[in-house]
Every structure is written in structure tokens, then in C-alpha cells.
Design a protein around this ligand. Structure first.
Ligand code: FMN
Length: 94
């Protein structure tokens, strides 16, 4: 099976995590798609779609939100999310 991770990475942490996952994953062939650089993806033919981003002020960066909003509806394709962060989350925010 082929999979794809659509990622958004500012300083490289999220990209590094995605690259690691893709390199280590033996269950399928996982490709990477940079949502800033690579334009609009063609998602047909993928058995699973991942969305990876960094945490931006306790939430999902606007660019990733817009990227997902613009995607055409998929027909039951499984998806997953992956998220990097620094320290602050909703539990320990001041
Ligand atoms: C503008 C900005 C906002 C951030 N907001 C949060 C936050 O709310 N909570 C958190 O835990 N980390 C936050 N971080 C830290 C990043 O999520 C973290 O360093 C992440 O791994 C960066 O990923 P990247 O290298 O792929 O851009 C923020 C970083 C930046 C630059």
C-alpha cells in the first residue's frame, strides 16, 4: 500500500519527524508532501493520508487549516494526524 504525509514545517522539526516515520515504516511506502512547496496533491491511489504540522499558538497553523479545507472530500480513505510541539498546551498554558 502507498501512503502520503502532507506536512507543514517551519523550522524543520515536523519534517524531520515525518522523514523518520517514512524511513522506518515497513508496512507501506510512505511519501512526503510539503504543503507549502508542492502545490495541490493528487490523493487518489493512496491507501492512507497523514497530516503533520507544528503547534502554532495552541492550535493548527492557518496554512494547514486552509490546505485541509481546500482538499476535495475523500471516499473513506483512512487518515491520521501528527503534531509536534514545544511545551505549551491547553493544560499548562498560563
Ligand atoms: C509562532 C510559533 C508558535 C508556537 N506555538 C506553540 C504552542 O502554542 N505550543 C507549543 O507547545 N509549541 C508551540 N510552538 C513550538 C513549535 O510547535 C515546535 O517548536 C515545533 O516542533 C516546530 O516545528 P517545525 O520545526 O516543524 O516548524 C510554536 C512555535 C512557533 C514558531
Amino acid at each position: 500500500m502507498k501512503g502520503i504525509i502532507c506536512y507543514y514545517s517551519g523550522s524543520g522539526n515536523t519534517k524531520l519527524a515525518c522523514s523518520y516515520l517514512a524511513a522506518k515504516c515497513r508496512a507501506m511506502d510512505l511519501g512526503l508532501f510539503n504543503i507549502v512547496r508542492d502545490g495541490t496533491p493528487s490523493l487518489s491511489g493512496y491507501g492512507i493520508i497523514g497530516f503533520a504540522t507544528f503547534t502554532d499558538f495552541l492550535g493548527v497553523p492557518f496554512l494547514m487549516q486552509e490546505f485541509i479545507r481546500r482538499l476535495p472530500a475523500q471516499n473513506g480513505t483512512p487518515a491520521f494526524v501528527m503534531n509536534t510541539y514545544g511545551y505549551i498546551n491547553r493544560e499548562n498554558a498560563p
